[in-house]
Design a protein. Structure first.
Length: 188
């Protein structure tokens, strides 16, 4: 999650009164921006334009069920935490949702304290997933270049020179004191 902006929660359900209630309760208890959608299609539009951190969706909706929405969300962004809610829950339905990747599964009616706690944990999960992804990218970027440790300008210039030399057929003599990285330079 971008620390410079408030946490974002998208609530999707075809029951307008429930949406309004959840928006009011969760915005206050979870200290987040909440937007609502009454269908899966509307939710996908809001996901594309608003980029929520957590999505809470009903399973049974007219145009697209919550499991289908869950799959489409994960095609867009696997770091988003999705909480499934339903008034018609079965164990099979919960297992299916969790197998697809839902963060949690709630049966209606639910109490405000429990749902707030789950949403707050979902925000934490999203933040951890995004930090993990960013760290993997940084690690991959550093692994792609060289085995050298450091980021100084002279070292980067030496690495650039070694990279250019490695693309030629020239024979190169690498000299230096013991422990200065001659073997690492040769492998680069």
């Amino acid at each position: 999650m971008d620390i410079s902006r408030p946490k974002r929660l998208l609530v999707v359900d075809d029951e307008r009164d429930l949406l309004i209630l959840l928006r009011k309760v969760l915005a206050k208890k979870c200290d987040c921006d909440v937007t609502i959608a009454q269908s899966g299609g509307e939710a996908l539009d809001k996901i594309a334009s608003w980029h929520p951190d957590v999505i809470m969706t009903d399973i049974v909706m007219p145009d697209m069920d919550g499991l289908e929405l869950l799959k489409k969300v994960y095609d867009i962004d696997r770091t988003v935490s999705v909480v499934i809610m339903t008034g018609y829950g079965t164990i099979e339905m919960a297992v299916a949702a969790l197998k697809i990747g839902a963060y949690d599964f709630l049966e209606k009616p639910f109490d405000n304290a429990k749902i707030s706690q789950i949403i707050l944990r979902a925000f934490e999960r999203t933040q951890l997933m995004r930090e993990n992804l960013q760290l993997h990218k940084e690690l991959q970027k550093s692994d792609d270049h060289t085995e050298f440790v450091g980021k100084s300008i002279p070292l980067q210039q030496a690495i650039d020179l070694l990279t250019r030399l490695s693309q030629s057929d020239a024979t190169v003599l690498i000299r230096g004191e013991s422990g200065t990285g001659k073997e690492v330079a040769a492998r680069t």
